[in-house]
Design a binder for this molecule. Structure first.
Ligand code: HEC
Length: 144
Protein backbone atom coordinates (compact mmCIF):
# COMPACT_ATOMS: atom_id res chain seq x y z
CA UNK A 1 0.00 0.00 0.00
CA UNK A 2 2.72 2.39 1.09
CA UNK A 3 4.85 1.66 -1.95
CA UNK A 4 1.97 2.07 -4.39
CA UNK A 5 1.42 5.54 -2.94
CA UNK A 6 5.15 6.13 -3.32
CA UNK A 7 4.96 4.88 -6.89
CA UNK A 8 2.02 7.13 -7.63
CA UNK A 9 3.90 10.10 -6.18
CA UNK A 10 7.03 9.27 -8.13
CA UNK A 11 5.13 8.77 -11.36
CA UNK A 12 3.28 12.02 -10.77
CA UNK A 13 6.52 13.83 -10.18
CA UNK A 14 8.26 12.42 -13.24
CA UNK A 15 5.19 13.03 -15.39
CA UNK A 16 4.88 16.64 -14.28
CA UNK A 17 8.60 17.14 -14.88
CA UNK A 18 8.18 15.69 -18.35
CA UNK A 19 5.31 17.97 -19.24
CA UNK A 20 7.22 21.06 -18.14
CA UNK A 21 10.43 20.05 -19.88
CA UNK A 22 9.11 18.09 -22.89
CA UNK A 23 7.04 19.24 -25.82
CA UNK A 24 3.40 19.03 -24.64
CA UNK A 25 3.39 15.44 -23.29
CA UNK A 26 5.39 14.26 -26.30
CA UNK A 27 6.95 11.23 -24.62
CA UNK A 28 4.69 9.57 -22.07
CA UNK A 29 6.11 6.10 -22.90
CA UNK A 30 9.62 7.44 -22.54
CA UNK A 31 8.89 8.92 -19.10
CA UNK A 32 7.18 5.74 -18.00
CA UNK A 33 10.11 3.62 -19.19
CA UNK A 34 12.67 5.90 -17.58
CA UNK A 35 11.04 5.28 -14.18
CA UNK A 36 12.47 1.72 -14.45
CA UNK A 37 15.96 3.15 -14.51
CA UNK A 38 15.35 5.30 -11.42
CA UNK A 39 13.98 2.30 -9.47
CA UNK A 40 16.91 0.10 -10.59
CA UNK A 41 19.48 2.69 -9.58
CA UNK A 42 17.83 2.96 -6.21
CA UNK A 43 17.97 -0.85 -5.81
CA UNK A 44 21.69 -0.81 -6.59
CA UNK A 45 22.16 1.85 -3.93
CA UNK A 46 20.14 -0.27 -1.47
CA UNK A 47 22.34 -3.30 -2.22
CA UNK A 48 25.52 -1.27 -1.78
CA UNK A 49 24.51 0.07 1.63
CA UNK A 50 22.51 -3.01 2.70
CA UNK A 51 19.22 -1.16 3.00
CA UNK A 52 16.64 -3.94 2.61
CA UNK A 53 13.64 -1.60 2.77
CA UNK A 54 15.01 0.43 -0.09
CA UNK A 55 15.63 -2.71 -2.16
CA UNK A 56 12.20 -4.24 -1.44
CA UNK A 57 10.30 -0.99 -1.98
CA UNK A 58 11.89 -0.29 -5.37
CA UNK A 59 11.68 -3.91 -6.53
CA UNK A 60 7.98 -3.83 -5.75
CA UNK A 61 7.64 -0.57 -7.67
CA UNK A 62 9.20 -2.32 -10.68
CA UNK A 63 6.67 -5.15 -10.37
CA UNK A 64 3.79 -2.67 -10.17
CA UNK A 65 5.12 -0.70 -13.14
CA UNK A 66 5.26 -3.86 -15.24
CA UNK A 67 1.59 -4.50 -14.46
CA UNK A 68 0.48 -1.11 -15.79
CA UNK A 69 -1.27 -0.88 -19.17
CA UNK A 70 1.49 1.46 -20.41
CA UNK A 71 3.98 -1.40 -20.15
CA UNK A 72 2.39 -3.37 -23.00
CA UNK A 73 3.66 -1.23 -25.87
CA UNK A 74 4.87 -4.21 -27.91
CA UNK A 75 2.37 -6.94 -28.82
CA UNK A 76 4.51 -10.03 -29.33
CA UNK A 77 4.61 -13.39 -27.56
CA UNK A 78 8.29 -12.81 -26.75
CA UNK A 79 7.51 -9.45 -25.15
CA UNK A 80 4.82 -11.07 -23.01
CA UNK A 81 7.31 -13.80 -22.06
CA UNK A 82 10.00 -11.26 -21.13
CA UNK A 83 7.43 -9.34 -19.09
CA UNK A 84 6.49 -12.51 -17.17
CA UNK A 85 10.15 -13.25 -16.47
CA UNK A 86 10.65 -9.66 -15.34
CA UNK A 87 7.79 -9.86 -12.84
CA UNK A 88 9.06 -13.20 -11.54
CA UNK A 89 12.54 -11.74 -11.04
CA UNK A 90 11.37 -8.51 -9.39
CA UNK A 91 9.15 -10.56 -7.04
CA UNK A 92 12.10 -12.83 -6.18
CA UNK A 93 14.13 -9.71 -5.49
CA UNK A 94 11.44 -8.29 -3.21
CA UNK A 95 11.24 -11.61 -1.32
CA UNK A 96 15.02 -11.91 -0.91
CA UNK A 97 15.22 -8.34 0.41
CA UNK A 98 12.38 -8.99 2.88
CA UNK A 99 14.32 -12.01 4.16
CA UNK A 100 17.40 -9.79 4.53
CA UNK A 101 19.26 -12.09 2.15
CA UNK A 102 21.96 -9.88 0.63
CA UNK A 103 23.49 -12.48 -1.72
CA UNK A 104 20.05 -13.62 -2.88
CA UNK A 105 19.02 -10.00 -3.47
CA UNK A 106 22.17 -9.30 -5.44
CA UNK A 107 21.67 -12.38 -7.59
CA UNK A 108 18.02 -11.51 -8.22
CA UNK A 109 19.06 -7.97 -9.18
CA UNK A 110 21.53 -9.38 -11.73
CA UNK A 111 18.67 -11.44 -13.17
CA UNK A 112 16.43 -8.38 -13.36
CA UNK A 113 19.26 -6.53 -15.14
CA UNK A 114 19.76 -9.37 -17.64
CA UNK A 115 16.02 -9.14 -18.25
CA UNK A 116 16.27 -5.40 -19.06
CA UNK A 117 18.91 -6.14 -21.66
CA UNK A 118 17.13 -9.17 -23.17
CA UNK A 119 13.81 -7.41 -23.55
CA UNK A 120 15.44 -4.32 -25.06
CA UNK A 121 17.24 -6.56 -27.58
CA UNK A 122 13.87 -7.98 -28.57
CA UNK A 123 12.24 -4.53 -28.78
CA UNK A 124 15.07 -3.21 -30.98
CA UNK A 125 14.66 -6.24 -33.24
CA UNK A 126 10.92 -5.56 -33.62
CA UNK A 127 11.56 -1.86 -34.30
CA UNK A 128 14.25 -2.72 -36.85
CA UNK A 129 11.91 -5.14 -38.60
CA UNK A 130 9.26 -2.42 -38.83
CA UNK A 131 11.78 0.05 -40.26
CA UNK A 132 13.04 -2.50 -42.76
CA UNK A 133 9.60 -3.51 -43.93
CA UNK A 134 8.73 -0.75 -46.47
CA UNK A 135 12.17 -0.72 -48.11
CA UNK A 136 12.25 -4.05 -49.92
CA UNK A 137 8.68 -3.63 -51.21
CA UNK A 138 9.04 -1.08 -54.08
CA UNK A 139 12.09 -2.78 -55.57
CA UNK A 140 10.96 -6.27 -54.74
CA UNK A 141 11.58 -8.67 -57.60
CA UNK A 142 10.94 -12.36 -57.81
CA UNK A 143 13.75 -14.06 -59.66
CA UNK A 144 13.08 -17.39 -61.45
C1 HEC B 1 9.46 -6.72 -21.12
C2 HEC B 1 10.28 -5.76 -21.79
C3 HEC B 1 11.13 -4.77 -21.07
C4 HEC B 1 11.86 -4.97 -19.92
C5 HEC B 1 12.00 -6.23 -19.10
C6 HEC B 1 12.52 -3.72 -19.65
N1 HEC B 1 12.20 -2.79 -20.58
FE1 HEC B 1 12.91 -0.89 -20.69
N2 HEC B 1 11.83 -0.56 -22.36
C7 HEC B 1 10.96 -1.45 -22.95
C8 HEC B 1 10.27 -0.82 -24.05
C9 HEC B 1 9.21 -1.45 -24.94
C10 HEC B 1 10.78 0.49 -24.12
C11 HEC B 1 10.37 1.59 -25.10
C12 HEC B 1 11.26 1.53 -26.31
C13 HEC B 1 10.94 2.61 -27.29
O1 HEC B 1 9.95 3.33 -27.11
O2 HEC B 1 11.70 2.75 -28.24
C14 HEC B 1 11.75 0.62 -23.05
C15 HEC B 1 12.47 1.77 -22.79
C16 HEC B 1 13.32 1.94 -21.73
C17 HEC B 1 14.05 3.15 -21.45
C18 HEC B 1 13.97 4.41 -22.29
C19 HEC B 1 14.95 4.30 -23.43
C20 HEC B 1 14.90 5.50 -24.32
O3 HEC B 1 15.07 5.31 -25.52
O4 HEC B 1 14.69 6.60 -23.84
C21 HEC B 1 14.78 2.94 -20.32
C22 HEC B 1 15.72 3.91 -19.63
C23 HEC B 1 14.51 1.58 -19.89
N3 HEC B 1 13.61 0.99 -20.77
C24 HEC B 1 15.06 1.00 -18.78
C25 HEC B 1 14.82 -0.30 -18.39
C26 HEC B 1 15.43 -0.92 -17.24
C27 HEC B 1 16.43 -0.26 -16.32
C28 HEC B 1 14.93 -2.18 -17.18
C29 HEC B 1 15.22 -3.23 -16.16
C30 HEC B 1 15.06 -2.90 -14.78
C31 HEC B 1 14.03 -2.36 -18.30
N4 HEC B 1 13.98 -1.19 -19.00
C32 HEC B 1 13.35 -3.52 -18.56
C33 HEC B 1 10.77 -2.76 -22.57
C34 HEC B 1 11.34 -3.38 -21.48
Amino acid sequence: MKSSIGLALLMGLTLSLATTVGEQGEEPVDTFMHAKLAFSQSILEGLAVEDYDQIAKNAQSLTLLSEEAGWKVVQTAEYAHQSDLFRRNTRALTEAARKHNLDGSTLAFVQVTLNCVECHKHVRGVQQARLDLPHPLPSFKVTQ
